[in-house]
Design a protein around this ligand. Structure first.
Ligand code: NDP
Length: 314
């Protein structure tokens, strides 16, 4: 027996800062938004400890608590928030078809995609154990907690290079662990790293283990050229080996860049499909901050509202 199709005016996919902000705006504009949270309600911030750089929280706030506040604000204006994972879409027609958990079929006049991105990790058990206790994938978010201390950053792309120089301004010493004998980062970024006195690049190196019981107190690093192991006495361990946008389900419909980020018309949240908007980290590989994601969520709701009004739907 086939399940009944539900018709909605504004469907929001994803529940990080971008999704919730889109929901707050869409609900206040009486679009009656329905949100599907995805498998990790609250998104990446629920894996962070303290957030100190989100305006409006002068004393800082725990990531999970902040996302509870976002959720409560979205619910206050009537957003219908549901747990579920979008497994298939069909953006052929003016009505956008979306399937949740393979079974529920939704027909939406407008869709706001806020599925975010996931940081890539090295895959060490010690990295998972100490995540949030010295291990982080965001130097801008967490670097401040390691002021005056020694830290590691892993990676050799533009993000790692940029974050290494960011950390070098706060920390006493930054060890940059690069797995090959060259970096992928742009020449200008590499020069900046190599000319910063308190950054030491460890070439041809890989992390064997992150040390520490309750929090990070070191890292064991292996050099594949010299075959030597070295223990670094650090309290912070930053991983900057890339992110993966959560956009696979849209790839047959939306224009993505070479890394899988959804392309939007600059200055808007519009995708190549009318009525489908993309916000937050699913379309931003440069800024990736909670506050920039929230700002773009607002843009998504305003663009959706304008679209529905132009189409005479709302
Ligand atoms: P990238 O994919 O460019 O780089 C990832 C880096 O991590 C590579 O150096 C890679 O090494 C290394 N790496 C991957 N897996 C491992 C592993 N298991 N162990 C150790 N090292 C590993 O990601 P970025 O986040 O740096 O950049 C993403 C995109 O965003 C790029 O296009 C970049 O140019 C852009 N960007 C631009 C900025 C700017 O313009 N200001 C700022 C930040 C990002 P290897 O080189 O050996 O493959």
């Amino acid at each position: 027996m086939s399940t009944p199709v539900e018709k909605v005016s504004c469907l929001i996919i994803g529940s990080g800062p971008a999704g919730y902000t889109a929901a707050i705006y869409a609900a206040r504009a009486a679009l009656k938004p329905v949100m599907y949270t995805g498998m990790q309600p609250g998104g990446q911030l629920t894996t962070t400890t303290e957030v100190e750089n989100y305006p409006g929280y002068p004393k800082g706030i725990d990531g999970p608590r902040m996302m509870d506040d976002f959720k409560a604000q979205a619910e206050r204006f009537g957003t219908d928030i549901r747990f579920g994972y979008v497994s298939k879409v069909d953006f052929t027609g003016p009505v956008h078809k979306v399937w949740v958990d393979e079974s529920t079929e939704i027909h939406a006049d407008s869709v706001i995609i806020a599925t975010g991105a996931s940081a890539k990790w090295l895959g060490l058990p010690s990295e998972e154990k100490l995540n949030g206790f010295g291990v982080s994938a965001c130097a801008v978010c967490d670097g401040f907690f390691f002021k005056g201390q020694d830290v590691v950053i892993v990676g050799a792309g533009d993000t790692a290079a940029e974050e290494a120089t960011y950390l070098a301004k706060l920390c006493k010493k930054v060890y940059m662990i690069v797995r090959r004998s060259e970096m992928r980062a742009s020449k200008a970024m590499q020069d900046r790293v190599l000319n910063t006195p308190n950054i030491e690049v460890l070439w041809d190196s890989e992390t064997k283990e992150i040390l520490g019981d309750k929090s990070v107190n070191g890292a064991l690093v292996y050099n594949s050229k010299t075959k030597q192991e070295r223990t670094l006495h650090v309290t912070g361990f930053f991983v900057a080996i890339g992110h993966k946008p959560n956009t696979d389900v849209f790839k047959n419909w939306l224009t993505l860049d070479e890394s899988g980020y959804i392309k939007t018309t600059p200055g808007t949240s519009k995708t190549n499909i009318k009525g489908v908007f993309a916000v937050g980290d699913a379309q931003d590989k440069v800024y990736r901050q909670a506050v920039t994601a929230a700002g773009s969520g607002c843009m998504g709701a305003l663009d959706a509202e304008r679209y529905l009004s132009e189409m005479g739907i709302h």
